[in-house]
Design a binder for this molecule. Structure first.
Ligand SMILES: Nc1ncnc2c1ncn2[C@@H]1O[C@H](COP(=O)(O)OP(=O)(O)OP(=O)(O)O)[C@@H](O)[C@H]1O
Ligand SMILES: [Zn+2]
Length: 558
């Protein structure tokens, strides 16, 4: 089996926030890292989603041409994901030539199969802004749930898909102006209505999907699929290759998912790899997508409909891991409302592994979850700094001061060690199972339980006391603990890869040892007497109450 992994494409309008990270890229990265460690063949693809009005408007605000703005933002995002340790095999762009080509190709296939229709529509024109307002740029009250900030494409509150004219009291999102006029122009529609039965059949076959994913797909299907407009009156985007549509581009949600494939093609061209084998005739490929709930309708309905309608054998997703919202004090982390902590700010507060661990431990898996600074403090201090960091430093410092810089000889493992070995084996297999099943909270709890096990072991064995009476026995306890550190390094690797590297270096592991699977690394006698090591700098900085108060004041956390 080969594993294809994609995470929802981050939009280009600015640096992403912690919610975006935990709702898409971070869990995908943890899964990719885990599978690679297990020796599987993995391809993890992501890209920036660059088209649409928000990019145009952000560019105007920044005083740049939109192409230049996107290029700048792309490099910024790419750089910050690298600092967070996101291990994409390729991070592309939907504005890339490969995506233009493939989007036009999909459109032509759909047209050939009679799934495209031309229609005249009326669209809001904002007199004050002097422009057409694409769906997202009309705000108003949701006709279904009464939410007052509903956007013209979708209500964020009840997730229902909307068209701008359905909104009650519509206004321009750009200026707030209510001087709107309906004007007509010709557009192209994807006949989702004609593809509805095929999409439903496909959705029905997905017995493994979570309730969240499945219920959103079924809700859409049960409401009845309507033709959806896939063109826009914009200049920035993939041009529509049809006469009479020269001044129009494709709707961003039409070209964005095609980015998964076109970015794979770009990867193949750059690295000289066969990209098509991942997307065509790919029965041995298991494909997993990661995203939060607002993206689910597009990935369970619209994108599958596009593939099905093309009548070509493109790989369809096997499993969709959908997330709820990570909230920040009273609302969803949000770029437009500038609510929450953004990735560049986060790295000024603490290093990447602190965030990776804390976020995945609180991932909004079965319900929305709330970010609090107290929780961040608790998890960094108790779990990372105490359970893991402190264990490593205490053991290695003690060994250095009593025995020197190599692992000491003497003693034989006894009952306590046998028991510890059994516990570790069980926890490691549990951890692997949870990661295979994409149960990230449970996986993180299990990892923390593994760290606690070491602390319980040294509380009982107390090498610092034992040393006074039995140095051989102490030496054996120390070797066991150093092997635990090795196991920690490997089992933590998908979660906190930078820390893993620091531990690998401290234990001076060979390349082969660094590539061990968790199961192989479970053996607590692997590193024998005579091995040299170094004492690393403290792995985690604790967060004190004053800093918490400061951060709350700075980021509005009350
Ligand atoms: N608060 C959140 N919690 C979890 N996932 C989120 C959150 N906000 C956005 N996401 C997810 O992040 C991924 C990237 O989203 P994108 O760049 O399109 O931003 P967005 O959804 O427009 O967010 P925002 O409205 O805050 O800008 C998507 O899968 C989206 O569902
Ligand atoms: Zn609503």
């Amino acid at each position: 089996m080969r594993y294809l992994i994609t995470s929802a494409l981050p939009y280009i309008n600015g640096i992403k926030h912690l919610g975006n990270l935990v709702g898409s890229m971070l869990p995908a990265d943890i899964y990719a890292r885990f599978l690679r460690q297990e020796g599987e063949e993995v391809l993890y693809i992501c890209a920036t989603d660059e088209h649409g009005t928000p990019a145009e408007i952000a560019a105007i605000d920044a005083g740049l041409e939109v192409a230049e703005f996107c290029a700048k933002q792309y490099h910024k995002q790419k750089e910050i994901y690298k600092r967070f340790g996101l291990s994409f095999d390729y991070f592309g762009r939907t504005s890339a030539p490969e995506n233009h080509e493939l989007t036009q190709y999909f459109y032509q296939q759909l047209a050939k199969q009679n799934f495209i229709e031309e229609r005249e529509i009326s669209q809001f024109y904002a007199l004050d802004d002097q422009r057409f307002l694409p769906d997202r740029y009309v705000t108003g009250t949701c006709p279904h749930c009464g939410y007052e900030q509903a956007r013209g494409d979708q209500c964020e509150n009840c997730t229902k898909v909307l068209t701008p004219t359905e909104l009650i009291k519509p206004r321009s999102t750009i200026s707030g102006s209510t001087h709107l006029e309906l004007r007509t122009s010709r557009h192209l529609f994807l006949r989702l209505d004609k593809l509805s039965d095929e999409v439903r059949n496909w959705v029905d076959k997905q017995t493994q999907w979570s309730t969240l994913t499945k219920s959103i797909a079924l809700k859409w299907l049960n409401e009845g699929l309507k033709s959806r407009c896939i063109t826009r009156d914009l200049v920035w985007g993939v041009p529509v290759p049809t006469e009479g549509f020269e001044r129009k581009v494709f709707y961003v949600w039409f070209d964005a998912p095609i980015g998964y494939i076109s970015a794979t093609k770009a990867w193949g061209d750059i690295t000289n790899n066969d990209w098509e084998c991942w997307w065509k005739e790919s029965d041995d490929v298991h494909y997993t997508q990661f995203m939060a709930k607002d993206n689910l309708p597009f990935h369970t309905i619209m994108w599958p409909a596009t593939i099905l309608g093309s009548r070509e054998p493109w790989k369809m997703v096997d499993y969709i891991k959908g997330f709820n919202w990570l909230n920040y004090y009273g609302g969803k982390f949000s770029t437009s409302s500038q609510r929450g902590v953004f990735l560049d700010q986060a790295l000024e507060i603490a290093s990447a592994d602190n965030w990776r661990y804390m976020l995945i431990a609180n991932a909004p898996e079965s319900a929305d979850s709330a970010f609090t600074w107290e929780q961040f403090q608790k998890q960094v201090n108790k779990e990372l700094a105490d359970n893991l960091g402190n264990f490593v430093n205490r053991i290695l410092k003690f060994t250095a001061s009593r025995f020197g810089m190599t692992l000491p000889e003497g003693g034989t493992p006894g009952d306590a060690e046998a028991e510890l070995q059994v516990t570790c084996n069980e926890l490691v297999e549990k951890l692997r199972k949870y990661l295979h099943n994409l149960e990230f909270r449970r996986a993180t709890e299990t990892l923390n339980a593994l760290w606690r096990t070491g602390n319980q072991y040294i509380d009982v064995r107390a090498p610092w006391v034992l040393f006074k009476t039995d140095q051989d026995e102490t030496a054996m306890v120390i070797r066991t603990c150093v092997n635990l550190i090795r196991l920690y390094a490997i089992s933590s690797a998908p979660f906190i890869p930078h820390t893993t590297q620091a531990l690998f270096d401290a234990l001076q592991l060979t390349d082969v040892e660094r590539r061990h699977t968790m199961t192989e690394a479970s053996d607590l006698t692997l590193l024998a007497a005579g091995r040299s090591f170094m004492v690393p700098a403290p792995l985690f900085q604790k967060i004190d109450d004053d800093l918490v108060a400061e951060l709350k004041a700075q980021y509005g956390g009350e």
